[in-house]
Design a protein around this ligand. Sequence first.
Ligand code: HEM
Length: 618
Amino acid sequence: ASSYKWPSPQYDALETLLYEGRRSDGSSLSSLVAPCRKRASTGTSVPAEWLRFAFHDMATHNVDDGTGGLDGSIVYELNAPENFGEGFIDTLSDFSTFPNKAISRADVIAIGAIMGVATCGGPTIPFRAGRMDVWKGGSSDNAPIPEDDINTLKDSFRKMGFTQEEMIQLTACGHTMGAVRSTDFPQLVPPTQGSTTPVVKDFDGTTQFDNAIVTEYLDGSTQNVLVVTSNATMASDLRVFSSDGNSTMKGIADANKFKSTCQTLLQRMIEVVPKDVTLTDEITLIPAKVNSAALSYENKKFVFKTELRLNQALNQTVSSKRTVTLLWCAANGTNKDCADSAFSAIPVSNMTDDASTISPLATTAGVTFAHYQFVVPIDTSSSISKFWFEVNEGDGKSATTYNNGGDGYKIDQDSIFFVPMLSHVDSVANTSPATMPGSSPTPAAPLTSGTSAASAAAQATTAPALRRRGGGPIGPALPQNKVYNLVIAVKSSLAPSRVYVDSTDVATPNFTQPFSQTFDLQKSSSLPAQDGYDFWTGGVTSPGAQLMVDIHAVASGQTISQTYVPTLLLDNTPQVDPSNVTMVKGKKTGGALRVGEVIGSVWLALLPVVMAIGASVM
Ligand code: HEM
């Protein structure tokens, strides 16, 4: 994160999903998978389902022409014979509301695989972002099926970019978690007669991400049905693992060797992308992060709201003597840029995350988070140019300043900003049925037990609805449209010729198509101007789950914008009274003198992370 500077809206959103495990409204992705969770409805391993989902999405890659890879196309390929399974359908539903303008569906799939591996004790897989979503299925899926002979398997992995040795290793890394289930492969795992509860046959004796898949195979105690099945055609793990006389398997029998091999190969797996996609540098944990910062209007007052998030070592509690202070400078007037004094205020609330509620990526790095929220009144004529924080541990040592590497966190414009508290969203039933693209809304006929995979596949190609055995097509029968009425504050002196919004929602039902709409706002006739601002309003209706907006005002040939604004918390925005403000003479941003201090404290905060990563590589 050395080159990281606030604000970086995409980095900020990705970092929050990866390490806090949740969206900006608190809706949690990681709590679906952690701690190494079994799905209540099926008794299967959620982490394993997420890992397999990433593998199969990646499996469309073709090294020969650089097409396919982890691009989210799997959501359109769930009818393909090689993508057979209930785990895929449940995973699609787990992920459905998390992609947004800043986080692609394919990045969510990669993050899901990383979380799944981490929460079951596996290695920490570095996450680089920037995967691009496709909006239609890939041409030919190359994912292996148990019936494939060894040459077919080798060629399929070669096309994905992996050697024979890597095929063996990657398959062992995948099959250390999860199971074969009777619902999907009755010819391998017979269902219990007269019961609808699926029989789930784990690949190895542990639910953890560990080397048991290898050691049990080598010592002959394995129960892995893809090895021990009496149906030799279906014994793909046996064919793969023994394809070089077990020498690769022997090479990863050691626990640490297994972990480090899987770390490298699984990172490579989630970085298999079409050749025109360039991934970012690794998204690392920001030790002291501005989680949000915006001017707003609440309870008829202009306010500035921000949250500082600090790392908190898992085995320590926050000192009761700690004080956290927000400081800021005026943007206009005689006290511009703290010419005389800075404004300062203390948090209106603070909270430390219970480690069990955040991402396993944070907990395996040895941290949880302390959050400090500030709401301060802003005199709109002097406004705010920049802000920063001081954290005093009350231990006699000098305070630590967090100031964005020296200059303070700058407010680049105060001419236009979104007003969540005056904006509304209503859910209205969408009467057009939700189906997979190209699928029929009629459920497929349930397959009878004992059907061979080949005939199941044949049936699948003629029965286009998603194959959840005994169930209907996926997705809610009557999805909700969200009807938004947005309010934006615009400085009256700007006198804009146009105020408009670009809205985007990629979390649409079954990802049929992205939603995007540009619309103009009108000056409100019901909300009177106040303190030099007019209120502009406009509406949009989206079928998706996460509308993000870029708001723009055009004035004197220039466009002023606020971008990547989430709309997840409207109506329910908690109303908090602003804090008291005091004036502090002689403060500017912490300034150059404090840079040394900042570096020192950042380094200390990073230490547990560095140690944890070092320990997991070994
Ligand atoms: C030789 C190639 C492979 C074949 C033929 C194969 C086949 C299978 C089959 C038949 C299942 C059972 C699915 C079900 O019952 O729903 C399965 C599960 C699984 N596979 Fe593979 N696989 C292969 C390689 C891989 C690789 C490379 C990975 C990832 C790195 C992987 C990850 C998984 C996971 C995590 C599960 C468990 C899913 C769950 O519990 O829901 N597989 N595989």
